[in-house]
Design a protein around this ligand. Structure first.
Ligand SMILES: Nc1ncnc2c1ncn2[C@@H]1O[C@H](COP(=O)(O)OP(=O)(O)OP(=O)(O)O)[C@@H](O)[C@H]1O
Length: 301
């Protein structure tokens, strides 16, 4: 059974349609990334799945349950980390967790939750003294109290520095390895690419791309760029040049490693050097920017 099944989900605020017929499935134990620009409808989708808002149309099943009708049963099996957490600044981390534990049936021991969220050494610290990233971790610790089968993480690493972000990726990866399904939204595409095996990109309330991360990216073009030697015209090269950026020739190709090898042997045979050679396989960012440009063009048309 899929952990999450969404078919034709619609949700409006007044007469503004925030989600307009979105369908996807999340397999058990998978990390699934919900991506899109501001206002795409990611948070709305997550809130419907978590039972915070009823859908206007479509079918939604989470762990086999209806998020509205089976809200209590679902709450007991999910952990939720939303964008804004409200904590009491004067409480310590331990006191905050203890206060929450009172509301969670069969709650996980406090130290275990803190350990899992990577806050094991912060129990005695007052919330006001935590960094922004540590506050997000505290949020995660609270989300883990119910021993959830499914975690909803809305922008879990916002406000973290790169090191804290990487540590949090490790924490999330470990949780998934223990079998917890994770639905994540993020604006850090590197984060989605690093963590998620499957993704859905939304734009203005509809899905514009979906599928396995590796397969989707493998089907995209990569990029090879280098400084064009003085004596060479772009048309002389054995690989077609897609664009010139100043003196830099850019080739967008399905297999950038092969293109780079071809270019290097061609240059070697002629005693030429390809300065500043860069080889990059397709990234989620390439895909994201392409899709955004395409959606904007559609909007103008
Ligand atoms: N409570 C609300 N009332 C009215 N409109 C809303 C409400 N919540 C969200 N919206 C609108 O619905 C659209 C989708 O919002 P949503 O928060 O789901 O997007 P998002 O993809 O999560 O965006 P972000 O990346 O900025 O968090 C936006 O245009 C937003 O302004």
């Amino acid at each position: 059974m899929a952990a999450i099944h969404v078919d034709g989900l619609r949700k409006s605020y007044g007469d503004f349609p925030a989600v307009r017929g979105v369908s996807f499935e999340v397999a058990e134990g998978e990390i699934f990334a919900l991506l899109g620009r501001n206002g795409a409808g990611k948070t709305t989708t997550m809130e419907v799945l978590a039972g915070f808002q009823p859908p206007d149309g479509g079918t939604v099943r989470v762990l086999g349950l209806d998020p509205v009708e089976d809200r209590g049963a679902l709450r007991a099996r999910t952990g939720i980390m939303l964008q804004e957490a409200g904590f009491f600044p004067d409480l310590t981390v331990a006191q905050t967790v203890d206060a929450w534990r009172d509301f969670v049936p069969a709650a996980r021991p406090r130290d275990e939750a803190l350990e899992l969220a990577g806050l094991g050494d912060r129990a005695g610290t007052r919330v006001r003294q935590l960094s922004g990233g540590e506050k997000r971790r505290l949020d995660l610790a609270l989300a883990l109290l119910s021993r959830p089968d499914l975690l909803f993480l809305d922008e879990p690493t916002t406000g973290m520095d790169p090191e804290a972000r990487r540590n949090t990726w490790e924490v999330i990866g470990d949780l998934a390895e223990q079998g917890i399904t994770v639905l994540l939204t993020t604006h850090y595409l590197e984060e989605a690419q690093h963590l998620a095996s499957t993704m859905l990109i939304m734009d203005r309330g509809v899905a514009v791309a979906a599928g396995g991360m590796a397969e989707t990216l493998a089907a995209r073009t990569g990029r090879v760029a280098f400084e064009l030697p003085d004596s060479v015209a772009p048309g002389d090269l054995p690989v077609p040049v897609t664009a010139m950026e100043g003196r830099t020739a850019v080739c967008r190709v399905p297999d950038p490693d092969l293109a780079a090898q071809t270019l290097l042997s061609w240059a070697g045979e002629r005693g030429l050097r390809l300065r500043g050679l860069q080889v990059r396989t397709a990234t989620l960012e390439d895909l994201f920017l392409d899709l955004a440009a395409r959606e904007d063009a559609k909007e103008v048309a």
